[in-house]
Write a protein that binds this ligand. Structure first.
Ligand code: ADP
Length: 583
């Protein structure tokens, strides 16, 4: 029975019926029992009779199997079952109460060991309760009239009992459906096991009236016994061999799509050795629980773990509705486990990749540094040689080609150093407000000679005054310089380079357009790749390392910005960069 209030009303109704039987039909004792323990036993919950017999009978439990065996030998009186004492083989001690009557051999007379019962079956034929009477006031075995009177009360008992059980089951169903709904809603967005436990802990323990719970997840390779996640405040240290038993049992149950109950007396699994059973019962004692509902968790054919809900004290039953709800939850939690596992795997992978990336960056930085010094020395000596008088033409040619090569190498090393720095996840990003208008003005100033030499028209479209973005000044400077110098480099003499700045809701948008060579569709797909240089001969003829746009893209990503471009071969190219506004 769920609500104490409903239970009290229910018991009152049954007590009234029992009193009706004693007062109106004429028996000293009438008792009504209801099914408990998952319908495995009947408990007397309403008794009309003397105080002494009430005291002895209330709460008395009889196994259903025993009652059914007894009934099978009974005489049928309509809904009533009469077992004359001579046919009865029930253990007298188990009857609960035997009236203090003088036995008589007269077949008309009531014998102290006679039994008169009315089993109450539900529409599915399940035994749900029992009305039993004892000691007729006239001390005679009931005649047909009296049996008929009694029969009316049997009908009343049946109606009251089934209605109450139905109400209880309905309430239970609603309660558990609510728990399950909450779990599905809360758990599906959680990606760590600790959080999953945290959010479903309350719904599960309240919904199932449990005192505690834990979840065991199995290792992905299916070999190890897996990890245990406890609900708050209950540190369960499950010994390794019990974890293995649990894992094997969960797999078996998942295959059967079933849950199981473990009581401190009889484990229900039936797959364990006596030693293992003992180990489980002593483990349950050590954590002070008397009953556990063991639920496999899984998704598709795969069993991923198990959920254990615990109870302590008298409330040992897990109803069929609870078991069904637990099985459903096993599916929901199983899906959540899959998500958490995938997320965990991805996170590990990302960490590894990041580590690898960091290593690559550090390696490039070290090599570049090592190359820088000898290169500076080479360039110094080349310059010195150039100033030597009276060099022959061919020597002079060799020296200047050495110089060009060394300058190219220097540019490459500089770019590699920048690339290593912007790609190193260990270098902290420390953004400050940076005025992008000022950065562009500086870049244009530095490029002025080139722009003038190529007679390029430069158009700047920007709102007046500063325009702040949140970022690192050196990085933003690099982005603007690369995009504008590329536009200048890949645009033939006399073309136009347009730089525009616009504020958007959360971003500032920088656009660099040119009327230059444009980029073929084939090249566009690889533009941001390290060392990629165009397949267009006109573009490759110009000096470059193929690292500029890779660096730009890394810096933009570091700023949590976006970069895109549009280009038409022979017409021109536009690069668009969005960066977070500083205000
Ligand atoms: P680099 O300019 O040093 O070769 P980048 O990474 O800056 O390296 O550019 C990669 C390639 O993209 C260039 O080789 C060029 O072919 C192409 N590219 C970049 N910007 C433009 C542009 N504005 N117009 C045409 N092609 C461009």
């Amino acid at each position: 029975m769920t609500e104490p209030h409903t239970e009290a009303v229910f018991v009152d109704t049954l007590n009234n019926i029992a009193s009706g039987v004693t007062d109106l039909v004429g028996f000293e004792v009438a008792a009504i029992s209801v099914a408990r323990d998952d319908d495995r036993s009947l408990e007397m919950i309403a008794v009309a009779g003397s105080d002494e017999c009430r005291e002895q009978l209330l709460g008395h439990r009889t196994p259903v199997a025993e009652i059914e065996r007894e009934i099978s030998t009974a005489e049928h009186w309509g809904d009533l079952r009469f077992i004359p004492h001579e046919r009865m083989d029930l253990d007298i001690d188990r009857l609960g109460w035997v009236p203090d009557l003088e036995p008589s051999d007269d077949p008309e007379m009531w014998h102290p060991l006679d039994l008169l019962l009315a089993p109450i079956y539900d529409d599915d034929g399940r035994l749900r309760g029992l009305l039993s009477v004892d000691v007729p006031l006239d001390r005679r075995r009931p005649n047909p009239q009296k049996r008929q009177d009694l029969q009316r009360f049997v009908q009343q008992t049946r109606r009251a009992l089934l209605a109450a059980l139905e109400r209880t089951e309905l309430a239970e169903q609603v309660r558990l459906a609510e728990a399950a709904r909450m779990i599905v809603r809360e758990v599906s967005s959680e990606l760590s096991m600790d959080r999953i436990i945290e959010v479903c802990q309350e719904a599960l323990t309240v919904g199932f009236k449990a005192i505690g719970m834990w979840i065991q997840t199995f290792d992905e390779d299916g070999e190890g016994s897996g990890a245990i996640y406890n609900s708050a405040g209950a540190e369960i240290a499950l010994p390794e061999d019990l974890r293995i038993i649990a894992r094997n049992s969960a797999r078996m149950l998942w295959r059967a799509q079933d849950v199981t109950v473990l009581n401190d007396t009889i484990p229900e699994l039936g797959v364990m050795t006596v030693d293992q059973e003992q180990e489980i019962t002593s483990f349950m004692k050590s954590i002070d629980v008397t009953s556990m509902l063991f639920v496999p968790l899984g998704a598709g054919p795969e069993c991923l773990g198990n959920l254990v809900l615990t109870r302590r004290g008298g409330n040992l039953d897990w109803s069929p509705i609870e078991k069904q709800a637990a099985m459903d939850i096993g599916h929901d939690l199983g899906r959540a486990l899959i998500n958490a596992r995938t997320f965990e795997r991805e996170r590990r992978l990302v960490d590894e990749l990041r580590e690898l990336d960091g290593y690559k960056s550090r390696l490039i930085a070290t090599i570049s540094h090592e190359l820088k010094n000898p290169l500076t020395s080479i360039l110094g000596h080349v310059e010195m040689l150039e100033s030597v008088p009276d060099l022959t033409g061919s020597v002079r040619n060799s020296i200047s080609s050495m110089e060009r090569g060394a300058v190219r190498m220097q540019r490459l090393i500089d770019d590699l150093l920048v690339l290593a720095r912007v790609g190193d996840p260990h270098i902290e990003f420390k953004p400050v407000p940076v005025d992008l208008s000022a950065v562009i003005a500086e870049v244009l100033d530095l490029l002025r000679v080139t722009l003038e030499r190529k007679e390029l028209k430069v158009v700047v479209e920007a709102p007046p005054g500063p325009l702040f973005v949140l970022g690192e000044e050196s990085g933003l400077d690099r982005v603007c310089a690369n995009l504008i110098s590329n536009a200048a480099k890949y645009t033939p003499d006399g073309g136009t380079v347009t730089i525009s700045l616009e504020t958007r809701a959360k971003d500032v948008e920088l656009r660099v357009s040119d009327t230059g060579l444009g980029i073929s569709e084939g090249d566009q797909a690889q533009l941001f790749q390290e060392f990629f240089r165009s397949t267009n001969p006109a573009a490759v003829a110009l000096p470059g390392t193929g690292l500029g746009l890779t660096i730009v893209q890394r810096i933009v990503e570091r700023h949590r910005g976006r970069i895109s471009f549009g280009s038409t071969l022979g017409v021109g190219t536009t690069f668009t960069v969005s960066l977070p506004r500083a205000d």
